[in-house]
Design a protein around this ligand. Structure first.
Ligand code: FCB
Length: 441
């Protein structure tokens, strides 16, 4: 049996827009994801998060499911426009009350809440004033963080400022496949700097509002391997690692932007004001690590920005068409420990989408169980080699609204029938319960 360290956290993760529904309930105003999903052509089958898993009304049942799976931690995000409908200014008491009740239910079940402040649903009201392209949005985020710290900080100590800034800038501002749907690389890199300022402001606000706060940021990690041994492909891998990983990790962890990427960006590089690099890098307590797959790249001058193109790996693939390559997890955990002296690491997301079916009221999903087993084994190997990994949050608790893919991709430990909102714990959920219960596999 591979045992995990004592006190290891066995959790699941979700995000507000993907599960809550209740998109206009009790004073909530739209986020950029409400706007984006309601715009024809953006989401498969025209689906929206209007109802999603109706978690806003069913959170008690969902906490009971967490308990049944034996989770001792749960990562969720707060919908900013639910608690601050105009993005700043007057809070919405009903919205705050929802998170109060959720946290109470978690604590009553001895499930440690990890709160993500930004999992992509910016208030539309702020978007209308320039969104992440406006430097002021970072200050508004600091005020929002303070509000949440004051509201939940007596019970919530674990805070994640941002989820995957890379996804916001690339999917939201370069490819336009996520809200707010822009295709503007110049703006994208400015946005990434404003996100870093927002992170810094939130860390300071949380430390001031929450005694004993444990604050981190969640980055996606995409380990990059060269397609061949040639110098050109190895340089391409280093460059792509710069765009996908170092550009995001270095500001928050080292207070700098990677010089090679700044040079390559040239006129696309963001405007950085004096003092900003200190502002974006207050000390943090942990590194939140989301990871699903790896990238294999070759040198390709045709792609102007990065100069690389991806080559499909040889391994089997999930429904997202992501290659299954468990070693990527141990490789990236060791790398973050080595290069960034990360104090503590949590895997804040890892999991897989497969096309599940319900038969006789059961969901048998051996591929997901296998994905979890092999990735947890890789995580365990990283711990043995000295990585200070303290917890694993599976993506996701429930099948949910998978952004531009709508409800077509199922990642849950728990199956959701969207027509009836009936939940069924999948075989992989039972497997995860066993691992959590034994603290090992
Ligand atoms: C991550 C997101 C999460 C989910 C998974 C599959 O990038 O943080 O919301 O969509 O991918």
């Amino acid at each position: 049996m591979r045992r995990f360290p004592q006190g290891f956290l066995w959790g699941a993760a979700t995000a507000a827009y993907q599960i809550e529904g209740a998109h206009d309930a009790d004073g909530k105003r739209p986020s950029i994801w409400d706007t984006f999903s309601h715009t024809p052509g953006n989401i498969e089958r025209g689906e929206t998060g209007d109802i999603a898993c109706d978690h806003y009304h069913r959170y008690r049942d969902d906490v009971a499911l967490m308990r049944e799976i034996g989770l001792n931690a749960y990562r969720f995000s707060v919908s900013w426009p639910r608690v601050l409908p105009a993005g700043s200014g007057a809070p919405n008491r009903a919205g705050l009350d929802f998170y109060d009740r959720l946290v109470d239910a978690l604590v009553a079940n001895r499930i440690r809440p990890f709160v993500t402040l930004y999992h992509w649903d910016l208030p539309q009201a702020l978007e209308d004033r320039g969104g992440w392209g406006a430097r002021d949005t970072a200050a508004a985020f600091g005020e929002y963080a303070a509000l949440m710290g004051r509201t939940l900080g007596d019970r919530v100590k674990d805070w994640i400022t941002l989820n995957e800034p890379l996804a916001t800038t690339t999917a939201g501002y370069i490819f336009g496949v996520h809200a707010p749907g822009k295709q503007d690389p110049r703006l994208a890199f400015q946005v990434s700097h404003h996100l870093n300022l927002a992170h810094g402001a939130a860390v300071r606000a949380l430390r001031a509002a929450v005694p004993g706060a444990n604050v981190g940021i969640t980055h996606v990690s995409l380990p990059v391997y060269p397609a061949s041994d040639s110098d050109a492909d190895r340089a391409a891998a280093r460059r792509y690692d710069g765009f996908a990983n170092r550009w995001y990790w270095e500001p928050s962890l080292k207070g700098r932007y990677p010089q090679d990427i700044l040079e390559r960006l040239g006129p696309l590089a963001p405007a950085i004001e004096p003092g900003d690099l200190e502002r974006v890098s207050p000390p943090i307590d942990f590194f939140g690590h989301n990871s699903y797959t790896r990238a294999i790249v070759r040198d390709d001058p045709v792609s102007v920005l990065t100069g690389v193109s991806q080559v499909p790996g040889p391994g089997p693939r999930t429904e997202m068409d992501w290659e299954i390559y468990p070693d990527h997890l141990s490789d990236s955990l060791t790398r973050i420990t080595r290069d960034y002296a990360a104090p503590v690491i949590y895997i804040t997301e890892n999991g897989a989408a497969f096309a599940d079916t319900v038969t006789d009221g059961k969901v048998d999903d051996p591929e997901r169980t296998d994905y979890l087993r092999t990735h947890l084994t890789a995580a365990h190997r990283a711990i043995e080699s000295g990585v200070n990994l303290r917890g694993y949050f599976c993506w996701s608790l429930l099948d949910n609204f998978e952004w531009a893919y709508g409800y077509g991709k199922r990642f849950g430990l728990v199956h959701v029938d969207y027509a009836t909102q009936r939940r069924i714990i999948k075989a992989s959920g039972r497997f995860f319960a066993k691992v959590a219960g034994e603290n090992g596999l």
